[in-house]
Design a binder for this molecule. Structure first.
Ligand SMILES: Cc1ncc(COP(=O)(O)O)c(C=O)c1O
Length: 389
């Protein structure tokens, strides 16, 4: 039996596997067992910010695992604190709860809202948002394809139509506990929340006192060219959920809140066995240093602008094939006028890994270490494919 037959035998069939047997990764490249090299412009779904086998991550993880791989959260450790203090600093927040994943960070946020606002208060998210697969997060993942069949979902959760100010004004009131949103939607097709929507939402927050929770699980940690995607707007969220890139490829997530919310969970009210694992934190610390202190985020901002300009020029060249180019930094989306899966397949044949989301949007999420010449290679192939389809 080959690997793919064994996979069918062994696993529940939740994933559409890519027909590739990876043997190793290095920088922005993955190598298969035949030695072929693939340029990864998907980064393990926005996780591998520093690419594969980054020497500083390898060193930090190796050192930490030699000391202790796990301690229960009954102990405090330097590595967990070094990581958390730095994360809080760049997030402009005061207190953290560390988790293993994004969905678990969202669950923590939901539990926090319930404690603060009571069981009847509504928690909203935006249509097309993705917040995770566990029950609370799924209840806020406003896409039928993920929710269907899992009803009944968490009560008192609902959707506000993306960027629809009227819907926001109609739904939000004194019984609103929170709105959680991706300021740059990933899975939903690289959609930016409008300034108008954000301004109205923050005015309503003044009036009604609900929480605004920024889901920066995909669009955080420098990916958009600023630390978190809400930093592009002039307001402060009441909580941030982060994950994916923050663990440098190891499982790690976080709920971050201001000091004013520090007493929301009393002793023992919330917890996790693995959350804030020291090895993950050691890797995460390297990510934070590289992204925020060693110039990577500024590089992403500059190169992301260049990348988008090239894609916009492509749109001008092929207006009948490209509907729009969206996003910021290294989180870009090219909406095609046709289903994009064939383009992703052709990129794959040319040994470039990418992704199509929402049927027509080519989602581009290269590692943050990607350089100009890599972008040029991608764009040359992408334009070539567009010309031929
Ligand atoms: C914006 C956003 N929120 C939440 C999640 C869930 O994170 P995880 O898969 O780590 O549970 C994801 C995952 O893709 C995401 O993109």
């Amino acid at each position: 039996m080959n690997l793919f037959e064994r996979e069918k035998n062994a696993f529940l069939h939740t994933y559409k596997r890519i027909p590739l047997q990876i043997s190793k990764g290095d920088g922005i490249y993955l190598y298969d067992t035949t030695g072929s090299k693939y340029m990864d412009f998907f980064s393990g779904l926005a996780v591998n910010a520093l690419g594969y086998a980054h020497p500083r991550i390898v060193e930090a993880v190796t050192k930490q695992i030699g000391l202790f791989a796990h301690l229960s959260n009954n102990y405090v450790t330097n590595v967990q604190l070094d990581f958390t203090e730095k994360l809080l600093h760049y997030a402009g927040m005061g207190k953290a709860f560390l988790t293993n994943s994004g969905t678990e960070a969202v669950e923590s946020a939901i539990k926090m809202v319930r404690l603060l606002k009571g069981p009847d208060a509504m928690i909203y998210s935006l249509t097309n948002d993705f917040h995770g697969r566990t029950y609370g997060a799924l209840s806020l993942t406003q896409r039928a394809k993920y929710q269907k069949g899992f009803e009944p979902l968490l009560p008192n959760t609902g959707a506000i139509e993306f960027n629809n100010v009227d819907d926001l004004l109609t739904k939000v009131n004194g019984n609103t506990g929170a709105i959680i949103l991706e300021f740059l939607q990933g899975e939903g097709g690289i959609n930016e929340v409008s300034t108008d929507f954000v301004n109205t939402m923050t005015e309503l927050r003044e009036k009604y006192g609900f929480l605004i929770i920024s889901d920066c699980i995909q669009c955080g940690i420098g990916r958009t060219g600023l630390p978190f995607s809400h930093n592009y707007y002039s307001f402060n969220p009441d909580a941030i959920v982060a994950a994916k890139a923050i663990g440098g490829g190891l499982p790690l997530g976080a709920l971050l809140v201001p000091n004013s919310l520090e007493n929301v969970f009393t002793l023992g009210k919330h917890g996790t066995t693995f959350g804030g694992n020291p090895v993950s934190c050691a890797a995460g610390l390297v990510v934070l240093e590289e992204v925020f202190e060693n110039g990577l985020m500024e590089q992403v901002r500059q190169l992301g602008t260049y990348f988008k300009e090239v894609l916009l020029q492509m749109k001008a060249n092929y207006p009948e094939k490209i509907k729009s180019v969206r996003g910021k930094g290294f989180m870009l989306g090219v909406e095609l006028t046709f289903n994009g899966s064939g383009v992703v397949e052709q990129l794959f044949e040319r040994k470039i890994l990418s992704n199509c989301t929402n049927d027509t949007v080519i989602r581009i999420l290269p590692p943050l270490i990607t350089e100009k010449q890599d972008i040029d290679i991608f764009c040359t192939h992408f334009e070539d494919i567009l010309a031929s389809v």
